[in-house]
Every structure is written in C-alpha cells, then in structure tokens.
Design a protein around this ligand. Structure first.
Ligand SMILES: *[C@@H]1O[C@H](CO)[C@@H](O)[C@H](O)[C@H]1NC(C)=O
Ligand SMILES: *[C@@H]1O[C@H](CO)[C@@H](O)[C@H](O)[C@H]1NC(C)=O
Length: 321
C-alpha cells in the first residue's frame, strides 16, 4: 500500500497525466469537503486514512492515474458518456443509445455508489469505491465528458495562445489554468474552492444552489446522473460548439471563446462540488444505517488494499513513460 500510494502520487504529479484531473477535480473535491456533514467528514477521513483538510482533494484524480494501467483498463470507459447528438443544432443524451456496453460514467457512478455503502465489503473496497464516486461526479460536469463528437473533442485540433492543442485538453485544463493564473495545483485549487464556497453560501450561486439538488434522487442513481449529464451536455451546444464542430477546427480559443467559457466552467465546478457533498452525505447516512443492522459475515477490517498487482502495473507504466 505504501508503495502504491507513492506511485499513485507521483503519477498524479506528472504533467500531462492530470487531465480534468488537475484543477477541476481537486477543486470540486475541496468544495465538497466544505459542505459535507461532520459525520460524513469523520467517516471519510477514517475510510481514506487521512486527517488532513485535503483528504478528498488528494484522491480526486486517483481514477485518472489508474485508467491507463493494465489493472485499471476496465475503467477506461467509465469517465464519460458518448452522447451521439449533433451539436450545435441538437444536444441530447440518451442512456440506452449512448452508454457503452463496457460501462459509462452513468453506470460507473451507480456501481461505485452501491459499493461504497455496502457493509459486506471490506473498508479498502469501500474506500476505492468512494474515490471513484468523487472522481466521476467531477467528470459528469465537464461538457466534453458528455459528448461523442471526435472522441469528446480529443480529435479536434485548436489553438491556445498560438500553440496546438486538442479541444478536450482545452476544456480539461487550459481554460481553468488561464482563469486561475500560474501556481501549484493544490494551493490554486484550494483558493478557488474557498472562493466558490463563498459564492455558493452568500454570493452569486446562493439563490440557485437548492435548484442544483432538485434532480438528486438517491433511490435512482442512474436517473440522477442522467439529469446532471443532460444539463452538462446542453452546454456543448451553447459553449463548446456554438458554430458546430467543423467551424472550431484551428480556431484560437484563448480570447473571446475563453471569456464566454470560463464563467460557465466555474459554475460547473461549483455545482459538482456542492452535489458531491450532498451525494456523499447520503452515501454515509445509508451506509451507517445498513451497517448498524448488518447481520451477515463481517468483512475483515482491512484498510490496506491488496494491490501488489496494481503497484507492479503502475511501475511498469511509469517505466514506459
Ligand atoms: C461540526 O464541526 C464544527 C467544527 O469542528 C463545529 O463547529 C460544528 O458545531 C459541528 N456541527 C455539528 C452540527 O455538530
Ligand atoms: C462495478 O465495479 C466492479 C469493481 O470495480 C467492476 O469489476 C465492474 O466492472 C463494475 N461494473 C460496472 C457496470 O461499472
């Protein structure tokens, strides 16, 4: 476990390995940690073996760090749903049509939600499930994780400050990086999260924050995730491809396009964090109820993930870089 932690951490620190991992995921998790109940915080700190304020932020990108390993390959389609719509004329997501047979972010959120509240599972597995939940709530709020066109924009070349990037990268990283300015990711994300927490509590989002939870139905994780996905996919038509996918090829996006996109992306990060807190509170409440009345065979109180295989895979992966 020690080894794999170290390996996972170094992976997360590598430039380019971060994806929406960087600022978006870390900030979302910091926001969630401001809004979870005290009992959720205590439960998660224990489960995730950390007493630090960044107990959630530092696991928020874990799912990205394992997705390209042999061990984690089965999770590679869990980060998105490929909406086969036609922006900008029509944006829509359809679960039957768009969720891949190998799983998508919708089924992944439902799957790991269920695992994270199952008292028959050992703590290491519930911890892993919680890390997936924290990550996938974030992914669901990035527009291009809810769109099929050119593999979520990965196949579309655009310009950013005169340099070549793919559109997915611009939405995962460049917009947030420009919005926040230079700095180390964790302090930047922490500061951003405090700013957004203020906006949620008493600023521009305070009036709408209740509406952010209107579609949340803990008895139906698939429908809840679909509601968040539909809302996010609509932004593809309005902000990502306002003139369509062909018109954006080769365009410089760090100017007017950025000015329009950044406030929207910021709101998505705020929404994701606020919803994540509510979802985690429900998970922990339900887990504690089920755990109290659990009469089956108790799993080992094992917080150490049996990850020899995973650690080896990660070393191979790092070796290949
Ligand atoms: C939660 O914890 C904070 C800080 O530890 C404390 O000030 C607050 O009263 C607690 N809230 C509840 C509802 O127990
Ligand atoms: C649910 O999670 C388990 C454990 O990680 C995984 O093996 C399985 O493929 C997942 N199923 C879906 C539908 O995501």
């Amino acid at each position: 476990m020690k080894l794999s932690n170290a390996v996972a951490f170094s992976l997360v620190s590598l430039p380019g390995a971060m994806a929406w991992g960087g600022l978006g995921h870390i900030t979302t998790a910091y926001i969630a940690s401001q809004f979870v109940s005290n009992s959720t915080e205590a439960y998660l700190k224990h489960l995730l073996r950390s007493n630090e304020p960044d107990y959630m932020a530092k696991v928020a990108s874990w799912a990205d760090s394992i997705r390209y390993t042999k061990w984690g390959r089965f999770t590679s389609t869990f980060h998105f749903i490929d909406a086969h719509d036609s922006p900008p004329e029509s944006c829509n997501v359809d679960f039957e049509r768009d969720c891949k047979g190998t799983g998508c972010v919708i089924t992944a959120l439902a799957n790991y939600t269920e695992q994270s509240l199952d008292p028959s599972l050992p703590p290491w597995q519930r911890a892993q499930a919680a890390k997936f939940v924290i990550h996938f709530v974030g992914d669901l709020h990035q527009p291009l994780h809810n769109e099929d066109v050119a593999r979520g924009g990965n196949g579309i070349h655009v310009k950013w400050n005169g340099r070549d990037f793919n559109l997915h990268h611009v939405w995962d990283s460049s917009i947030a990086e420009k919005w926040l300015g230079r700095g180390k990711p964790y302090p930047l994300a922490e500061k951003w999260s405090r700013d957004l927490t203020d906006k949620i509590n008493a600023g521009i989002y305070s009036k709408e924050k209740d509406a952010w939870l209107a579609d949340l139905d803990f008895s139906d994780p698939i429908e809840t995730a679909m509601a968040w996905s539909r809302e996010c996919n609509k932004l593809v038509c309005e902000y990502v491809f306002p003139e369509g996918p062909k018109a954006i090829v080769g365009q410089e996006l760090s100017g007017e396009y950025y000015e329009k996109a950044a406030p929207m992306l910021e709101k998505q990060v705020a929404r994701a964090g606020y919803r994540m807190a509510a979802w985690l509170d429900l998970i922990v409440d339900e887990f504690q109820k089920r755990d109290a009345s659990f009469t089956g065979k108790r799993p080992a109180e094992d917080y150490e993930e049996p990850v020899d295989e995973l650690a080896e895979e990660m070393e191979d992966y790092i070796g290949e870089l």
